[in-house]
Design a protein around this ligand. Structure first.
Ligand SMILES: *Cc1c(COP(=O)(O)O)cnc(C)c1O
Length: 491
């Protein structure tokens, strides 16, 4: 059976997985989904016998049509062999009554590495048959930019420009980005705030003059954001892999249902879990965990999605999101693949800033998805309580998932999406061990003593890492710098 991809919003000519990775978003503005999803069944016995890489090859092979077996296998191996600080890639540990799925052992110590090491390699293979090259533009408030650069570093047929707000990222985020290596990478500090950079990137994607210039050199602009199926599909793998680890450790038997608690922003991570459940993973419930930006908690409780609310800056910045794009895919599947309904709600969201789903849809959502939100004080309280009770140190994002997981009945797995070493000062503050005027590098040392673990190698090396990118530009210069980067990086 060939899995083809079509839009959530209107019936169009279906494309292969390979083509969907290239296009990113459907021409009608909808997201790529496949009606064949529910016909794919992954055999749990096989999953439990295979290692991460074998399972990734199997699952990607089933979902991403258009690629040869060799292309999938080589992409997976390049992405994961030797680049994660754990043989399991995503190990499960037990802390108290909750299993913690550690997704942060990749090159930048954040869960986005799992997908962003693989997407560039898939994209590169999609590009090959077209003869084109892709220049990725990313505006970042700090974390995504680093994971994207690290993923695209030296990947054939691709280059990447990252724009971050000048003087508005943390000391560690600055060092992570400004020291980035790779012959196909440019990093710019942009005067203004994140929105200024983001607004300009969106403009550049729509700029016909720029597109025409780049086309002369066979360069197309592309993004690496989490609506690309090439980012979604790699995330399905660790849900199966986590289940397999519990089976192998004798914690559950094959067929037993488990629950997952997921710290949520753009809804990509938890949606990948939903896909796994459709493909045969026995899941009792998904817990959608939010910070003070609790749009999804309200939605799952009331059926109304309302983005007209103040944006709150929290200590879990990667979840500071008011429009969770990937929710559109869940609505599509939950409504029995009803494009008209899905498109209608998305139109209301765009035009009025809110929509309300019907009772039947809400009931279906509530039967599978629990929810809850934690403000910063509550998040810190979880970090402190889990540390005192179990000795395990959570980062703020993971703590929110852990806190909500405690409401589950039966075996529950909380997804840990960042290493505590990415947020050492907030974690120490939560533990009552923060010191005045302490630099982030000193905080790493203190956190080592407090947690009895070690700073991930790549983060520890940052303090001494040479600065390779010093450009500070205005938003108005981003277009010209993009042109220049396209010429130089693909030369
Ligand atoms: C991106 C991110 C999330 C949210 O994941 P989504 O797929 O956007 O829901 C949670 N935690 C961390 C650390 C992240 O970087």
């Amino acid at each position: 059976m060939t899995v083809l991809y079509d839009s959530t919003r209107s019936i169009s000519e279906p494309v292969s997985g390979k083509e969907a990775v290239l296009q990113g978003i459907s021409p009608d503005g909808g997201l790529f989904v496949s009606d064949a999803l529910s016909q794919i069944k992954i055999d749990l016995e096989t999953v439990c016998k295979q290692n991460y890489i074998e399972n990734a090859v199997m699952i990607l092979g089933r979902l991403l049509s258009g690629y040869t077996e060799e292309e999938i296998e080589s992409a997976v191996k390049e992405a994961y062999e030797g680049s994660f600080a754990s043989d399991e890639i995503t190990p499960v540990v037990k802390a108290g009554n909750v299993f913690v799925l550690e997704l942060f052992h990749g090159p930048t110590s954040a869960f986005k590495d799992v997908a962003l090491t693989l997407l560039p390699r898939l994209l590169s293979r999609s590009l090959k048959s077209t003869g084109k090259k892709a220049l990725i533009l990313t505006a970042t408030s700090g974390d995504t930019g680093k994971a994207a650069m690290s993923g695209f570093q030296d990947v054939e047929n691709t280059a990447i420009c990252v724009f971050y707000p000048h003087n508005k990222v943390s000391a560690m985020q600055y060092k992570q980005m400004a020291s980035q290596e790779g012959s196909n990478v440019r990093v710019f500090a942009v005067n203004g705030n994140f929105d200024d950079a983001q607004t300009m990137v969106k403009k550049l994607f729509l700029d016909e003059e720029l597109a025409a210039d780049l086309a002369e050199d066979d360069v197309v602009l592309s993004s690496a954001n989490s609506i690309n199926v090439g980012r979604l599909v790699p995330q399905i793998v660790y849900y199966f892999q986590a289940y397999a680890q519990l089976v192998r450790n004798g914690e559950i038997s094959i067929g037993d249902p488990v629950s997952f608690s997921v710290p949520t922003g753009n809804f990509g991570d938890v949606l990948a879990g939903y896909y796994a459940s459709v493909m045969g993973l026995p899941v009792k419930k998904f817990y959608v965990a939010s910070n003070a930006n609790d749009v999804l908690t309200e939605f799952l409780q009331t059926g109304t999605y309302n983005r007209k609310r103040p944006f709150v800056q929290t200590i879990s910045p990667s979840m500071d999101i008011l429009v969770s794009s990937n929710l559109e895919r869940l609505l599509y599947y939950i409504t029995g693949q009803d494009r008209e309904k899905t498109a209608g709600w998305m139109k209301e969201l765009a035009e009025k800033g809110s929509y309300t789903v019907d009772d039947e849809t809400l009931e279906k959502l509530q039967s599978l998805f629990g929810c809850g939100s934690f403000n910063d004080e509550e998040t810190k309280e979880v970090i402190r309580r889990v540390y005192e009770k179990t000795g395990y140190t959570l980062d703020p994002h993971s703590a929110i998932a852990y806190g909500l997981a405690e409401e589950a009945q039966g075996p529950v797995i909380a997804l840990a999406t960042a290493s505590p070493y990415k947020f050492p000062q907030d974690v120490l503050d939560a533990l009552g061990k923060a010191e005045e005027e302490q630099s982030v590098w000193e905080a790493l040392k203190t956190l080592e003593e407090v947690s009895g673990t070690e700073t991930p190698e790549k983060l520890a090396a940052l303090q001494e890492a040479p600065i390779r990118h010093e450009a500070v530009i205005d938003p108005e210069q981003m277009k010209e710098e993009t042109r220049k980067a396209a010429r130089e990086l693909f030369a």
